[in-house]
Design a protein around this ligand. Structure first.
Ligand code: SI3
Length: 294
């Protein structure tokens, strides 16, 4: 399971000038991260705008990324969608193109019961031989994963971990306790990567990693070497940047513009996520400069 431990970038969406998904641009972005040497990528999650894309579009992006970085980066395909049928279709596809693992949020919109979420996830797990990572993000899904359900699912060999995006490192620690030694906790909130590592996370999946992967790799390295004060120092620097990023009309729009300034055009976010107005461009340039000079 060591291949799932480390810094995973929740990769931004990649569109062309017309707003269509762009496999070419996705390849270029994935290549950029492979050259930096992160552990892996998390595709079509919140940052990847998977929920705003069709099943066909999601397949195209995953396939392109696999063509570019298979064997170099560990690729986790987020296949979560409202319908179990779509999730299963995406899972079967993910396995066919060689993804390393799949991950899913609970089904959204219909306020599915705990039993329903269990059945939804189980259908996904049963549809391939890929490792499965639960995606716990109650602020967007409205579903709060209980310790009971986590414990029940974690008993299966294929269920290797949970990506936990809540503010509670207590919950993270409880999930780790229940999941056991071989169960991987993927830290979700980038603002508390160090805190998550201290309380039992062994990996991080984050959207803001995409504009500053080196800083998160530095945090990880300091932590691994037991240099906690230094890890904290970098986390504080990172948090200054995140505070600025989230103050823009959209975090994803801001990250995409920063990537564009660095020569990697991924287009603008898909509606209803706001793009960044031109009046904010100079602030984005200043922020990019700040990140590059840390
Ligand atoms: O794309 C993804 O699925 C994620 O990376 C989720 C991740 O937990 C992010 N959360 C959201 C809602 O986008 C964080 O990386 C988040 O962007 C960061 O902590 C800034 O608040």
């Amino acid at each position: 399971l060591n291949k799932f431990k480390g810094v995973f970038i929740a990769m931004n969406s990649c569109y062309d000038e017309q707003g269509e998904v762009s496999p070419e641009r996705a390849k270029k972005l994935a290549r950029h991260y492979a050259d930096i040497g992160v552990k892996g990528l998390y595709l079509a999650g919140s940052t990847g705008e998977g929920m705003l894309q069709s099943v066909e579009e999601r397949k195209q992006i995953l396939q392109a990324v696999m063509e570019e970085v298979r064997g170099e980066l560990i690729v986790i395909a987020h296949i979560g969608a409202a319908s179990t049928r779509d999730c299963v279709e995406l899972t079967v596809h993910a396995e066919s193109v060689g993804a390393d693992a799949i991950s899913a949020v609970p089904s959204i919109y219909y306020r599915i019961s705990e039993k329903g979420v269990e059945e939804h996830w189980q259908a996904i797990i049963d549809s391939s031989s890929l490792p499965f990572i639960m995606y716990h993000i109650p602020a967007t899904t409205g579903f709060h994963l209980s310790k009971d359900l986590l414990g029940k699912l974690a008993k299966q060999d294929k269920v290797i971990g949970v990506k936990i995006t809540t503010d509670s490192t207590y919950e993270l620690q409880q999930f780790k306790r229940i999941g056991g030694e071989d169960f991987i906790l993927f830290n979700g909130p980038d603002e508390q990567y160090v805190a998550g590592l201290i309380m039992g996370a062994e990996a991080g999946i984050g959207g803001t990693y995409g504009v500053m992967p080196e800083l998160f790799m530095k945090i990880e390295q300091c932590f691994a070497e037991g240099k906690i004060a230094e890890a904290q120092h970098w986390q504080i620097k990172v948090n200054e940047i995140i505070t600025e990023l989230v103050a823009f009309p959209s975090l994803y729009g801001a990250s995409k513009l920063i990537l564009k300034l660095r020569g990697i055009d991924t287009g603008i976010p898909r509606m209803p996520i706001s793009p960044i107005p031109e009046s904010d461009y100079s602030k984005i340039e200043a922020l990019n400069h700040k990140i590059l000079h840390y």
